[in-house]
Design a protein around this ligand. Structure first.
Ligand SMILES: [Zn+2]
Length: 251
């Protein structure tokens, strides 16, 4: 398999000989307002795509969307992605995709098979308490195929029992976590902090952890450098990849 970070949570994955795209956010830089009630009021996305959006969608054979917040599924994605491509997501987003004209939408409730790839849905907590409830529902996905490493894409979740359950249940070889410690003015982080990544590493055994979802959206306050510093202090740097936008992750 190959795994490339495009930007934020958008991943291009080659898996079992097929090209998959995860959580496409393809809008140009600074074309959307800052998220309301958040610190650091700057227009989103903060940075441009590393390659043209048309190139991101070019070879894609299927799309996985963990949830439809605008930093995971935006107007450009809905416009540029071919309407008949298989689009996997959570049941709660099915109607939205159909209304946008997508004809091959599949909600992942139970594990399903596509091109000899098993796709399973995992749960998550997009924040604690009331804010977590308001941000729900969110999903993650696990991909498995014969001869391929097991890949767990955790989605927008803090460290919680859903993540722990996925790690113990699927024993993934690669774990992609959405970091950035995204936050509103009140209510704590709604995506992983450095401490959450550390907890994930400790529960993930020998799995390679890949940290994304940083430096692209205004309220993600934890930078790659901050994360790297805290992982170094926890002696976990070797286990975690922190790719730059456009970078292929060495696996
Ligand atoms: Zn997000």
């Amino acid at each position: 398999m190959r795994l490339r970070l495009i930007r934020h949570a958008t991943l291009a994955i080659e898996y079992n000989g097929h090209h998959l795209l995860v959580d496409p956010m393809l809008d140009d830089a600074e074309t959307r307002a800052a998220i309301e009630n958040t610190p650091n009021q700057r227009k989103n996305p903060l940075v441009p795509l590393p390659i043209p959006a048309a190139e991101v969608v070019e070879d894609v054979e299927a799309v996985l969307v963990t949830h439809t917040h605008s930093d995971h599924w935006d107007g450009s994605a809905a416009e540029l992605i071919r309407k008949n491509l298989p689009l996997f997501g959570q049941a709660e987003d099915e109607d939205k995709f159909r209304q946008q004209g997508f004809s091959n939408v599949q909600a992942v409730a139970q594990p399903l098979a596509w091109k000899d790839i098993e796709i399973s849905r995992t749960g998550g907590q997009h924040g604690k308490g009331a804010i977590g409830k308001a941000m729900a529902p969110v999903s993650g996905f696990v991909l498995r195929a014969k001869g391929e490493p097991t890949l767990y894409i955790a989605g927008d979740t803090i460290w919680c029992s859903d993540v722990e359950t996925a790690l113990t249940g699927f024993k993934p070889d690669i774990v992609v976590v959405n970091v950035g410690a995204a936050q509103f003015l009140e209510g704590g982080a709604i995506t992983m902090t450095a401490e959450d990544v550390i907890e994930t590493c400790r529960a993930a055994g020998k799995a390679r952890v890949v940290a994304v979802h940083m430096e692209s959206i205004n309220h993600c306050l934890l930078s790659r450098a901050d994360l790297a510093f805290q992982l170094e202090a926890a002696r976990l740097s070797k286990q975690v990849s922190i790719p730059l936008d456009g970078e292929f992750v060495a696996l």
